[in-house]
Design a protein around this ligand. Structure first.
Ligand code: SF4
Ligand code: SF4
Length: 362
């Protein structure tokens, strides 16, 4: 395997370091040292020194959710996400991607989403149809909401309708490229999806990105890939916070006390932490979660649940445990992936999971 000198330097800096092992959501869920940034670096360094074959570490490479908690925690500035994604790309180029990942990649290339879905649910299709006309504002729902969490997509649309916003929702939405970026890193195919998506987004003045993962892609990753977005791309949460400020979205206290689950894409990558809090505070009493804002702990997603469902359940359960340890029973999410992940274990954990849209719609 030929790895960039930059990545090699990061790998060799991490491989004997223990400093961030305590903050890895996967490592904490499994209790296994192999899931930490340092263990992943050690494995890659052995491949770089030709002591083992790349295929021997690939399961481990796909056990990282690329949440960047380690990167954020690292006082010396090393970046395990960078070398993990580069290793995924190398494996794809050398045909050493694990067999259970290959169909997800093939689906992304064939259908634009890792789940291989081509149809959205009937109710969402009707709702999308009602917003088919071209307006200045595009609501970009993303693959998770459209294909795996239809109810959440419907709620996202209803909130904007409630505020009287005129907007378009696309019948066929292009892939943002963020799933391919996760699965194979900076491949030509990933960039091609991003370019195709940017071309569509650039037909609108404002693009409201419902999924924080797409928001991270369009507002941050596209720049790294050299893909230009001329449209004003905003997160769904910042758009809603503005609607509340402008008095367009009616607010009403629900009497609930809640904590907010910061999606790392918003809080760490885009440094957006207060907008969602402004929304939550307009409808409920907000307490703070254990480890919040940039220190947030990832609560799982839909994509990784396709190939390691039991670990993702443990990740979600641990995050609910974090909430309970500060006396909170209701968690408000702003990420459809975390909503689905937390909701899947909420009943057995005797916990309530609601989305920001649930709070607004009452
Ligand atoms: S990211 Fe920083 S703290 Fe974590 S293992 Fe690497 S060098 Fe250590
Ligand atoms: S990016 Fe997240 S999951 Fe991956 S090693 Fe770092 S803390 Fe763990």
């Amino acid at each position: 395997m030929i790895m960039s000198e930059k990545s090699k330097q990061h790998v060799d800096s991490c491989r004997f370091c223990w400093m961030c092992h305590h903050i890895c959501p996967i490592g904490n869920a499994t209790g296994q040292e192999r899931n930490t940034a340092r263990a992943r670096a050690l494995g890659i360094s052995l491949v770089n020194r030709e002591a083992i074959d790349l295929s021997e570490i690939m399961d481990n490479i796909y056990e990282c959710c690329t949440c960047g908690a380690c990167v954020h925690d690292c006082v010396t500035g090393w970046d395990p996400v960078m070398f993990t994604k580069e290793t995924r790309l190398k494996a794809a180029l050398e045909d050493k991607t694990p067999d259970y990942i290959k169909p997800l990649i093939a689906n992304c290339l064939a259908t634009g989403n890792a789940y291989g879905k081509t149809e959205i649910c009937d109710r969402l299709a009707q709702s999308v149809k009602a917003h088919a006309d071209k307006k200045d504002i595009l609501l970009f729902l993303g693959a998770d909401a459209r294909f795996m969490a239809c109810e959440q997509a419907l709620k996202a649309i209803k909130v904007l309708e409630k505020a009287g916003v005129e907007f378009t929702v696309l019948e066929k939405e292009p892939a943002s490229g963020v799933q391919l970026d996760f699965l194979i890193g900076a491949a030509n195919e990933t960039k091609a999806q991003m370019e195709e998506c940017a071309e569509v987004l650039n037909k609108y003045k404002t693009v409201v990105l419902y999924d924080p993962n797409d928001a991270k892609a369009v507002k941050q990753l596209y720049k790294e890939y050299g893909v230009e977005v001329a449209a004003n791309a905003v997160t769904y949460t910042s758009f809603l916070a503005d609607l509340i400020k402008e008095g367009k979205l009616e607010t009403k206290q629900s009497g609930r006390t809640v904590v907010f689950q910061d999606p790392y894409q918003l809080s760490r990558d885009l440094e957006e932490t207060e907008e969602a809090r402004e929304i939550v505070k307009a409808y409920a009493k907000l307490d703070e979660m254990l480890l919040n804002r940039a220190e947030t702990v990832w609560a799982g997603n839909i994509l990784m649940a396709q190939y390691m469902p039991e670990v993702i359940k443990l990740v979600a359960k641990r995050r609910i445990f974090n909430a309970k340890s500060v006396g909170a029973n209701t968690i408000v999410t702003a990420s459809v992936a975390e909503y689905v992940s937390l909701k899947a274990v909420a009943e057995e954990e005797n916990s309530e999971i609601i989305s920001i849209e649930d709070l607004i719609l009452g």
